[in-house]
Design a protein around this ligand. Structure first.
Ligand SMILES: [Zn+2]
Length: 329
């Protein structure tokens, strides 16, 4: 008798779970922030702090690229980082604070983000040479968004090496309005990516460029393959993070929708690596160095997680944006 009752009990449990899963997510800021905190876990605690606990919409002056005239160069000891080979085909050429990467293919190099002007020669150019890469092989430069901490190297890589600059169409519009005297100079308009995104192919490597407006109107994010001792992993590269844009509900809605889009593509692509363009958001500076250490058999690359962990990043960011959208309405 007892055994016969079990299937019914199991069915009842299943029905209960299905019903509870259909309850819509509570749409109030506190519940969204709690959900974001749970999604962040310990993997994205710093990012959660920056965009959910203490979102800062106005403190972006230092990062914007449009300011005129020369700037004071910070003490090198505060930002210089050695370059590192991190995956078989991906090299860290960033600072302690900002990431720049060289993605190698069998038909040249794709550079992803380009740092402040003072870091371009010591980190990117010298860094590539130290790692045995020839900057003349740079074919494309992907700019995640037009703020000075990521785009001031674009004009130099374009004029010196003939690299094609890929940027969101809206961020090209902002870039081309800058004075010629801005740090790093102004690149000429090259590849402009609209809302439909872009499939970029160089030799054997495809980069899926996704339009993710929010941080700036033309922010781009990427999916691309990296190889870890010959094994291919898919990277989801989030191109803009902080809420330092005008604090309006419509802007948070745009940001939220971009995170939802990234979550969908990341799930479909089976991404297991989450990268950002600030080392505080993906621990690039630490992971690049940890990647140099020998690994035990079966031990994962320091950047490799699993798809569920990657998806939690975009759930967190989307929930944080939605919480702020409700708060400013
Ligand atoms: Zn920015």
């Amino acid at each position: 008798m007892t055994l016969r009752l079990l299937p019914g009990a199991a069915l009842f449990t299943a029905v209960t779970l299905t019903v509870s899963a259909q309850v819509p997510a509570p749409a109030n800021p506190d519940a969204l922030i709690t959900a974001a905190k749970r999604a962040a876990g310990t993997d994205y605690a710093g990012t959660f702090l920056r965009i959910c606990v203490a979102p800062d919409n106005l403190n972006a002056g230092g990062a914007r690229g449009g300011g005129p005239g020369p700037r004071a160069v910070p003490d090198r000891a505060t930002w210089y980082a050695k370059p590192y080979k991190v995956f078989d085909n991906l090299y860290f050429i960033g600072t302690r604070i900002h990431s720049a990467w060289a993605l190698t293919t069998n038909a040249g190099i794709i550079v992803i983000d380009t740092l402040f002007d003072y870091a371009i020669e010591p980190e990117m150019i010298e860094g590539m040479k130290t790692l045995g890469l020839d900057p003349r092989e740079i074919k494309y430069v992907l700019i995640s968004h037009a703020h000075g901490d990521h785009d001031q190297g674009a004009a130099l890589l374009q004029s010196r090496y003939g690299a094609k600059i890929v940027m969101g169409a809206a961020d090209w519009d902002a870039t081309l309005q800058r004075a010629a005297s801005v740090p790093g100079g102004v690149p000429k308009r090259d590849v402009a990516v609209g809302p439909e995104g872009l499939k970029l192919t160089l030799g054997d490597t495809n980069v899926d460029v996704i339009a993710t407006p929010g941080h700036t109107p033309g922010t781009l994010s990427y999916f691309f393959p990296v190889k870890d001792a010959g094994r291919t992993l898919t990277v989801a590269y989030s191109g803009g993070t902080a809420f330092n844009f005008p604090r309006q509900a419509a802007n948070f809605a745009i940001y939220r929708d971009s995170q939802r889009k990234m979550r969908e593509v990341a799930e479909a692509a089976g991404a297991t690596v989450l990268m950002s363009n600030h080392t505080e958001f993906d621990r690039a500076y630490d992971r690049a160095r940890i990647a140099q250490l020998p690994r035990a058999t079966g031990e994962k690359h320091p950047y490799e997680t699993d798809t569920a962990t990657v998806l939690r990043y975009f759930e967190m960011a989307g929930n944080c944006a939605e919480a702020q959208r409700l708060l400013v309405q």
